[in-house]
Write a protein that binds this ligand. Structure first.
Ligand SMILES: [Cu+2]
Length: 669
């Protein structure tokens, strides 16, 4: 029955073709995908669950998957490449998680209340603040400077039955002709969740507080100074797929921005920002029942950064120049407490106070060749330096690399070119790119980092070469009456592909670990991605949508790479009439038969789940009330996917209610 519904849905919507957001044919081509998060446009009315997590918004993109280690802080994977090969920024700011086990991706330190949209760029199709291979996401904060004068505010609240997830939030802002100020707050608290068939997943609870303040002052019509602070604190976070939990994950993110917005001339926009962020991460094994040896594993990451970005227009050129720089300090420690109090504590640096200094220049030119065609060329040149600043940590690594120097400098470059054509009905384009990245801190300097997925302790390798990727991409889109379709593909040939390889000569540190893996480079690896998005507007009220994504990743010997998605698909029908909307969505994966046996992965079965939702929104004057409700995983299916760490099962049936009220009160302040 369920399969029949899914097949019918897929067939109906496969007859029709679509994509998330078509670029307007009148502007210069924007190949990036924009995911709307905030409520600033009517688009968000289409959102069926507005208080869902930032990660859940992001995974709507056909380019993004999430590696899940529990209910909180999922790790975004872009084009089947995870944190090391991608960059996630918040308003252009670089932030680095402080966890050696990737329990705190950048996305875990913001809230939906902070953000207006996410700009998802595949491969080199964005000038981003760093050297990257797979792609990037820039999470854009709400823009308060353009709000109407007067007071504005909101109150939001939500509840989810599966894990008793309670959400409460609010915001208050005021604007006058030369000043604006805004504060917002959001709190989430969830118990352990239940997988399908009511199976309780222990250690999957979390509590989160997010608080943010923004203020700006218009020096005159063209010049604006803005400051913003985000404070995010999560406590008592369970990671059921890992052997440890987190007692504290805390971020303080601060920035000061100067914007120059001329109304005519060569320069169209000039933005300069200085920023600082500090992250504290404390892992906790004290609540786990059978811990062989108690460990304390805190980590800290501080980043100081700056960028200055100029956008301009000259004849048929739209150009961008971005000078950016950051300095990061990452430290992680491990203290082991033997059961016998007479034995000595064992202490080591898992990240030996690694300082990363990056200085880069990005240049981009969008050339309008004709009314329908354009060419985008870009380059990114960067100087990258790593220093292991802690002497004890450095000496520990020298056990493996006696010749190792404390510092290592690299020069990283990327180039890309994209041609695209769009006549309103048919659009297509293709591009080529070359990019390099430096090894991450764990890959370069990690010391006995236990991976609970393959049971190996990982050792970094400071001698790793830069990873180099050649990328080819193409897309084809079609708009015929009510039918919108887009197919995109990308192919990456990555030389000196960094991956852990077993070293049989070294013993692991972690009790029960299978052995040691040292980060080495494969000759090359290849990753292929393709996705098809279709949308068909049946009538004013009915809309059909479907998405099919296929990927393949191989190493130089033809083995499958780990964490590459099997074929995934979703199909949905939306109904909207006046203030009411409703929808049904089917989503699933085929079985992962191309799993990475060589890298310790096992097969994952297929799955298919159904979600339904309904919402009601009404406005009066400039105020609005929105109620959204729905059931996720309606048939309470017990399932896991290829990207669930240690095959931790996903959420079973979940009923949610989201409520939001927002107001605008126009007055002279
Ligand atoms: Cu951690």
């Amino acid at each position: 029955m369920k399969n029949t519904i899914a097949v019918i849905l897929t067939v109906i919507s496969t007859i029709c073709w679509a994509q998330e957001k078509q670029p307007d044919s009148t502007e210069t081509v924007n190949l990036n995908e924009i995911i709307v998060i905030g409520k600033k446009t009517a688009l968000s009315q289409k959102q069926s669950k507005s208080l869902t997590s930032v990660e859940d918004y992001l995974q709507k993109s056909s380019k993004i998957n999430m590696i899940k280690r529990g209910a909180y802080a999922w790790e975004p994977v872009i084009n089947n490449m995870s944190t090391e090969r991608t960059v996630i920024t918040i308003d252009g700011m670089r932030i680095f998680g402080a966890c050696t086990d990737k329990m705190d991706p950048v996305t875990s330190y913001v809230e939906v209340s902070n953000l207006s949209e996410a700009n998802v760029a595949s491969g080199q199709q964005a000038s981003c603040h760093g050297a990257v291979i797979g792609g990037s996401v820039d999470l854009k904060r709400n823009i308060y400077s353009q709000k109407e004068t007067g007071w504005n505010g909101s109150f939001t609240s939500g509840y989810e039955t599966n894990n008793k997830h309670k959400i409460i939030g609010g915001s208050l802002g005021c604007n006058n002709s030369n000043f604006f100020g805004h504060i917002d707050f959001m709190h989430r608290d969830a118990d352990n969740y239940k997988a399908g068939n009511g199976k309780k997943i222990d250690f999957s609870q979390f509590t989160k507080y997010n608080f943010s303040v923004s203020a700006g002052y218009f020096l005159n019509q063209k010049n604006l100074i803005e400051t913003s602070i985000i404070y995010d604190k999560a406590t008592d976070i369970g990671y059921p797929a890992l052997p440890m939990d987190v007692s504290l994950a805390e971020a303080k993110i601060m920035s000061l921005t100067y914007k120059y917005i001329p109304d005519s001339g060569f320069i169209t926009n000039w933005e300069t920002k200085v920023y600082f962020n500090t992250i504290t991460h404390k892992m906790d094994d004290t609540k786990r029942p059978s811990v062989t040896i108690h460990m304390d594993m805190p980590g800290w990451s501080d980043t100081y950064g700056f960028y200055s970005k100029v956008k301009g227009k000259f004849e048929n050129h739209e150009f961008l120049a971005d000078l950016n720089s950051f300095y990061n300090k990452s430290v992680a420690e491990m203290t082991m407490y033997p059961k016998d109090p007479k034995e000595n504590l064992m202490f080591m640096y898992t990240w030996p106070d690694v300082r990363t200094f990056y200085n880069g220049l990005s240049l981009e030119d969008n050339i309008k060749i004709s009314a329908e065609s354009s060419l985008r060329i870009s380059t990114n040149l960067g100087f990258h330096s790593n220093t292991a600043a802690d002497d004890f940590g450095l000496q520990s690594l020298r056990i493996f690399y006696p010749e190792m120097e404390a510092s290592r400098n690299r020069f990283l470059k990327s180039f890309s070119g994209n041609y695209s054509q769009n006549n309103g009905k048919l659009e297509y384009g293709f591009g080529l790119a070359y990019a390099e990245r430096a090894p991450s801190i764990s890959e370069g300097y990690g010391f006995y980092l236990y991976n609970s997925n393959d049971f190996y302790d990982y050792i970094g390798n400071p001698d790793l070469k830069n990873e180099k990727a050649l990328e080819g991409n193409a897309f084809l889109g079609l708009k015929i009456n009510r039918l919108h379709s887009k197919i995109t593909t990308s192919y990456f040939h990555i030389s000196d592909y960094i991956i852990g390889k077993i070293d049989p000569n070294v013993l692991p540190m972690t009790i029960g670990a299978s052995g040691i893996k040292i980060y080495e480079a494969l000759d090359y690896a290849t990753i292929f991605n393709s996705d098809l998005n279709l949308e068909y507007t049946v009538s004013q009220n009915w809309n059909l949508k479907t998405q099919v994504v296929y990927s393949l990743g191989k190493d130089n010997e033809g083995n499958n790479l780990p964490f590459i998605s099997p074929l995934r698909y979703n199909a949905g029908i939306d109904f909207k009439k006046e203030k009411f909307n409703a929808g049904i969505l089917a989503l699933g994966n085929l079985a992962q038969n191309e799993f990475a046996e060589t890298y310790g992965q096992t097969r994952t079965r297929d799955y298919l789940i159904f979600n339904i939702n309904a919402g009601y929104a009404f406005n009066w004057n400039k105020n609005s009330v929105q109620i959204q409700t729905g059931i996720e995983n309606v048939f309470d299916k017990y399932y896991t996917t290829f990207s669930d760490w240690n095959k931790i099962p996903r959420l079973g049936r979940n009923v949610f209610v989201n409520l939001s009220f927002s107001f605008n009160y126009k007055t002279l302040i």
